[in-house]
Write a protein that binds this ligand. Structure first.
Ligand SMILES: Cc1cc2nc3c(=O)[nH]c(=O)nc-3n(C[C@H](O)[C@H](O)[C@H](O)COP(=O)(O)O)c2cc1C
Length: 383
């Protein structure tokens, strides 16, 4: 089978992406201390760019020190981070037509910074850490909105081709859109329109600063997977509003720390055991698609099969597919498929990579185990 659509170009806003393969944002725990880009992170991105991905979305990048989740998470909350970030973008752009987006985030109620207690739209306890976040005042929300805008502007100055707001997985922006974590009665809480107000204000601020040619995209919580949380119906309503506002692309997602405590499964919540469990956000994109106007849709979550990817693109169910864990195992996966080797991604979705971030730089645990076994065999055979 020919993967004609998967390897055809498509635009997000005015930016042309050379194929339909996106690296979904991935925190690699590989910056220098306190979020400065160093050679280790640059090497990871260069390898991805060399491997044929059309658009690389960066790991979540903090808009404020109070919103960091790790000392080894990229930051862009002030100008001191710009030189390193510029080098990273330049390294990616050395590969023809590869584009890179900056994903920007604040940890919100999932924050664990020793110096900054967690903050959120409402003071709802977070079971995973045992902490109850402090409720933000309206004035503080306005200041945080400005931090997202300033960070987006810095990303633009660094040469990033697009920006993506991280509004999923239980971080600050998704705390606003979920009825479970947002009980506010001011203009930032209440009905759907008010819960997404923060996303509208950030969008408008970024547009004013950066003009119409810089694509503004969003990874959007479309379901919380918890009792009394955000349902897919709400997620679709939010997607409709955001598409009308002008967002250039939406990557639906769901779950997060609360879902982990309810389901006792790590995020990403599915440890995929069979092909039937793959592509687990397909119902979400199908629900959302009819609501979108001039806004590209990215399918993320458990994508491993190039023939499936080609089909969802050909059928115009989505415009792009994105992958995270498969590209940790095989950064060269897009080139492998393009060369005609259509066997599915080698990633077994074991979540070992997700666990590895607790102790050091993220790596594929399964691949390492296989490599170690091969090495041991070699030694035994030599004896
Ligand atoms: C190690 C690791 C780091 C991640 N970091 C981020 C991140 O920085 N931002 C984000 O939005 N999602 C992050 N995710 C979630 C992925 O982008 C993706 O949504 C999820 O892994 C499902 O896609 P997959 O089945 O292709 O892995 C991370 C996931 C893993 C395993």
């Amino acid at each position: 089978m020919e993967l004609k659509t998967l390897y055809s170009p498509e635009k997000i806003g005015n930016v042309q992406i050379k194929n339909r393969i996106v690296r979904s944002a991935t925190f690699m725990r590989s910056t220098e201390k306190y979020g400065f880009v160093g050679q280790n992170l640059i090497n990871i991105y260069s390898e991805l760019a060399r491997g044929g991905t059309g658009l690389i979305i960066s790991g979540y990048t903090a808009v404020d020190p109070s919103g960091t989740s790790s000392a080894y998470q990229a930051c862009l909350y002030d100008d001191s981070f710009i030189p390193g970030q510029k080098k990273l973008v330049k390294a990616v752009h050395e590969y023809t037509d590869v584009k890179i987006a900056a994903q920007i985030v604040h940890a919100g109620r999932q924050g664990e910074h020793p110096k900054y207690p967690p903050i959120a739209p409402s003071a709802i306890p977070f079971k995973m850490t045992g902490l109850t976040p402090r409720e933000l005042s309206t004035e503080e929300i306005r200041k945080l909105i400005q931090k997202f805008i300033d960070t987006g502007r810095r990303a633009y100055e660094c040469g990033y081709d697009l920006v993506q707001l991280h509004a999923a997985h239980g971080y600050l922006l998704s705390n606003f859109i979920s009825p479970y974590t947002n009980k506010r009665t001011d203009e930032y809480g209440g009905n759907a329109q008010k819960r997404v107000r923060v996303l509208i204000d950030i969008y408008n601020g970024l547009r004013d600063e950066l003009g119409k040619n810089f694509p503004i995209t969003i990874k959007l919580q479309t379901e919380d997977f918890i009792p009394n949380g955000l349902r897919l119906e709400d997620g679709a309503e939010h997607a409709k509003i955001l598409s009308e506002v002008g967002y250039d692309a939406i990557e639906p997602s769901g779950g997060g720390g609360d879902a982990q405590t309810f389901t006792k499964k790590p995020y990403p919540s599915l440890n995929i055991k069979s092909s039937k469990e793959e592509n687990y956000f397909l119902p979400h994109v199908k629900k959302i698609r009819p609501y979108l106007k001039n806004c590209k849709l990215i399918l993320m979550g458990g994508i491993k099969n190039p023939i499936f990817a080609e089909k969802v693109l050909q059928d115009k169910i989505v415009d792009f597919i994105s992958m995270c864990r498969p590209l940790i195992y095989e950064p060269n996966l897009p080139n492998r498929w393009k060369s005609g080797d259509l066997s599915p991604a080698k990633c077994i979705s074991c979540n070992g990579c997700f666990m590895s971030m607790r102790i050091g730089p993220v790596y594929c645990v399964t691949k390492k185990r296989l490599e170690d076994t091969r090495e041991k065999r070699k030694v035994i055979n030599k004896k």
